[in-house]
Design a protein around this ligand. Structure first.
Ligand SMILES: Nc1ncnc2c1ncn2[C@@H]1O[C@H](COP(=O)(O)OP(=O)(O)OP(=O)(O)O)[C@@H](O)[C@H]1O
Ligand SMILES: [Mg+2]
Length: 492
């Protein structure tokens, strides 16, 4: 319902201040992932994909290598077993193994790498091998977990060798490939590599997290600075970030802020000049109306009155008609004089030439009070200088006049309060003062749909021409409230 001061205007300088932008991002922006989350997410996803690809390659290579190694070992073991079996078959009496002595199978064959030897007697029963006397070698490693061995999935390689003595079947030796050692080795390599890869990745992610945090805080400074610009505080500057690209953007931003500040100063100067010229012209027109038209109308009225008097003394049939016309003439001139006075008051309030701003507004309210003593017109004036240049004085005076008239006309208000004064500590960074005018009434408040007349539009034009802001809204107690703020730069 409030009338924002962002409506187009030919005199449009940017307003001094507007409602602060939200400190938090909007709901739409807030739902989006932050730069840090996005980049870290992408890096983690790429690393995870690389780990899957590397894992697949490693598993495949491990399978191929294990199968190759196992096949070679099984073939070698098969050769050795066959040789041993042939030796046993040829020299059974020379102290070779008799039935049941297969358990004494040569020790070196029992411990072949990548190979498991299983010996069966003629009936196919496995023969337990006698202890070799030397302890099984155990390097103390835990070995690959079952799931990894399962993943590598080396296919089985086995050979069966018949042992015959004197032509009779004596037993059977089964040589089967055992991929465990190979898989264990690969697992050892993979787990060492995985530890290093995880450590490197963690370091990369940590470094990225810190670097992106810096970028985020740099971008946060840009966001705050843009908010300052939005608030028309063009003196804001961004410290140059350490990253070159961001530093370049910051430099351009600072140049832009400086250019905006210069344009704003020039705009303010031109607008103030324009309003001052307007006021001068109004004053000139007022004095012409007063000094030229006033005496002419006075003369016209005096002439008409003397004509009326002459007609009263004259004789003849035209006497009544002349008296009637001259009376009408006097009436017209009186209306012209009244119009002229009203025009004069509207164009240039004489009070401003004679009184201080506070006294002029007080006298304006006294006039309203005099016309309608049943209503309350209250003036709460804060610290105020006697004058703030003709344009500002006239603007504030006119705004009070129109706002009070509107309160009576549209709100039928019983009580109207005018607050005016300098706002402590609200001046811009360049110094100076901020003048605030608030007119509140106890009427029904503005309608839902405001159809603007000349009053609100004129006030807005004037206030904004001076670089100020203008608001017309519902007050806290329900009536209408008009607020204008105009900054007064320090004397140069
Ligand atoms: N104090 C108020 N209380 C309620 N409504 C208001 C008040 N002031 C203004 N309005 C609303 O805003 C509208 C526009 O006001 P504005 O002063 O621009 O025009 P106007 O007073 O109708 O005509 P003009 O000022 O040109 O003689 C009014 O028609 C009215 O609906
Ligand atoms: Mg009005």
């Amino acid at each position: 319902m409030s009338l924002p001061d962002a409506l187009p205007s030919p005199l449009q300088p940017r307003p001094v201040s507007r409602p602060a932008p939200p400190a938090q991002p909007s709901a739409t922006v807030g739902r989006r992932a932050s730069l840090r989350v996005r980049v870290l997410g992408v890096v983690v996803a790429i690393n995870a994909a690389a780990a899957v690809v590397a894992g697949t390659v490693v598993v495949h290579n491990a399978r191929v290598a294990a199968e190759r190694e196992m096949t070679a070992s099984v073939e070698m073991a098969e050769r050795m077993v066959r040789e041993t079996a042939e030796r046993m078959a040829e020299a059974p009496e020379a102290g070779g193994p008799a039935a049941g002595e297969l358990a004494n199978w040569p020790v070196h064959l029992r411990h072949l790498r990548h190979v498991r030897i299983v010996i069966e007697d003629a009936q196919g029963r496995p023969i337990p091998l006698k202890p070799s006397g030397s302890r099984e070698q155990d390097d103390g490693d835990a070995g690959a977990p079952a799931w990894f061995a399962h993943l590598v999935g080396v296919s089985e390689v086995a050979r069966d060798i018949e042992v015959r003595i004197n032509g009779a079947r004596f037993g059977r030796v089964r040589v089967a490939g055992v991929p465990d050692d190979e898989v264990d080795e690969v697992w050892e390599d993979v787990s060492d590599f995985a530890v290093v890869a995880i450590a490197v990745n963690a370091a990369i992610l940590l470094a990225l997290y810190v670097a992106l945090g810096r970028v985020r805080s740099d971008l946060g400074r840009f966001r705050n600075a843009l908010g300052e610009l939005e608030q028309n505080r063009f003196s804001c500057r961004v410290d140059l970030p350490r990253t070159r690209e961001l530093a370049e953007v910051a430099e351009r931003f600072n140049e832009l802020a400086a250019a905006l500040a210069a344009a704003r100063a020039e705009n303010d100067r031109l607008n103030a000049h324009l309003v001052t010229l307007q006021e001068d012209e109004r004053r000139q027109i007022a004095s012409e109306l007063h000094d030229e038209l006033g005496p002419l109308m006075f003369g016209l009225k005096a002439g008409a009155e003397s004509l009326a008097r002459a007609a009263a003394e004259a004789e003849g049939p035209a006497k009544a008609r002349i008296a009637d016309r001259t009376h009408g003439l006097v009436g017209i001139v009186e209306r012209m004089q009244a119009t002229n006075r009203r025009l004069l008051r509207r164009i240039r309030p004489a009070a401003l030439d004679l009184l201080s701003l506070r006294e002029a507004i007080s006298s304006l309210l006294a006039d309203f009070r005099q016309h309608d003593p049943s209503r309350t017109f209250l003036l709460a004036a804060g610290p105020l200088a006697a004058h703030y240049c003709a344009a500002r004085d006239a603007t504030l005076y006119r705004c009070v006049q129109e706002a009070v008239t509107n309160a009576l006309k549209h709100g039928d208000a019983r009580a109207i309060e005018v607050e005016i004064g300098e706002v402590a500590g609200a001046a811009g960074p360049e110094g100076g003062v901020l003048l605030r005018l608030v007119v509140t009434d106890d009427g029904p408040g503005p309608p839902d749909r405001i159809v603007e007349g000349l009053g609100l539009a004129g006030m807005r034009e004037r206030v904004r021409a001076l670089g100020g802001t203008f608001r017309f809204e519902r007050g806290p107690k329900g009536g209408a409230r008009f607020v204008a703020e105009i900054s007064v730069p320090p004397p140069s």
